[in-house]
Design a protein around this ligand. Structure first.
Ligand SMILES: [Zn+2]
Length: 275
């Protein structure tokens, strides 16, 4: 209460001095720390329709978080953001292998989620022999802190086995995501690989703009292997969780975006592309 009064007083004084905007911005930054805000570029449902045109730059995305997942303009690989660095896990066109590179700030993203990672709580000794088992372990932990919040989890371990996918970059006219993954998805499995999973949890009420549940992307410590996680086996993993209370979504304002009918139920297709 005291802070609010002080802030109001400061706003009043500064407004007189003609610097109202600055004071108001400072006050809202105090009450909404960015580590509690999930920032989302567009809707997964837009990506499902085949809108792969990047709408904001990687540089802009980095202003809103230090960890994240997503994809790039033209569906050119899977995005993994870790410690403020944005990586692309893509299909090496020469031999079909997995390639990981650091992405320039000038590139654009059509769909992504990010937040400033701040560890609210941790879990250790996570042992799972499948992706589904890992999701249950993660949810057991987040449920203790609120089943209806959003979360980012950062999981570091040496995985006994890990399977990831990425996809070939697309060119116009774009096919829907289900069709792309039918033909242009590539999968790779590595055993005994050390690295980090960046995982996003969306509660059920976000099912019209994202996918409910966990969505995992991986990057190896040696930065040679990564992508959207399809399966895993691990013992003794450590996970740090960031609980998120606020949600910010920026939507494109293109003719293509305005032309889609978002009342279409895409939940079955989304389940297919995620799994
Ligand atoms: Zn993914």
């Amino acid at each position: 209460m005291d802070n609010k009064i002080t802030a109001l007083l400061a706003v009043t004084i500064l407004c007189v001095a003609g610097a109202c905007g600055f004071a108001l911005k400072s006050a809202s930054a105090d009450t909404e720390p960015e580590s509690d805000t999930l920032y989302q570029v567009s809707l997964l449902q837009d990506l499902m329709f085949g809108d792969y045109t990047g709408s904001i730059t990687v540089g802009e995305l980095k202003k809103h978080g230090s960890v994240g997942i997503g994809t790039f303009d033209g569906l050119n690989g899977e995005l993994i953001m870790l410690n403020g660095v944005v990586y692309r896990a893509a299909v090496n066109e020469a031999d079909g292998s997995c390639s990981v590179t650091v992405v320039e700030d000038s590139e654009t993203v059509p769909f992504a989620n990010t937040a400033n990672m701040k560890t609210d709580f941790s879990a250790t000794e996570l042992t799972a022999d499948s992706m589904d088992a890992m999701k249950v372990l993660l949810t057991n932990n987040t449920n203790e802190h609120g089943a209806n919040s959003m979360y980012f989890a950062v999981i570091h371990a040496t995985f006994d086995s890990l399977t990831v996918r990425s996809e070939l970059a697309q060119s116009e006219p774009y096919k829907p995501l289900v069709k792309v993954l039918e033909f242009d998805q590539r999968e790779w499995t590595r055993d005994d690989v050390t690295g980090t999973i960046v995982a996003l949890y969306c509660p059920t009420y976000l099912d019209k703009v994202n996918t409910p549940g966990w969505h995992l992307h991986f990057i190896s410590d040696d930065r040679s292997f990564g992508g959207h996680v399809l399966d895993l086996s691990v013992s003794g993993a450590k996970a740090d969780f960031n609980k998120l209370a606020n949600f910010v979504m920026v939507t494109p304002d293109t003719e293509r975006f305005q032309g889609f009918d978002f009342s279409t139920d895409q939940s079955e297709d989304i389940e297919q592309v995620e799994g």
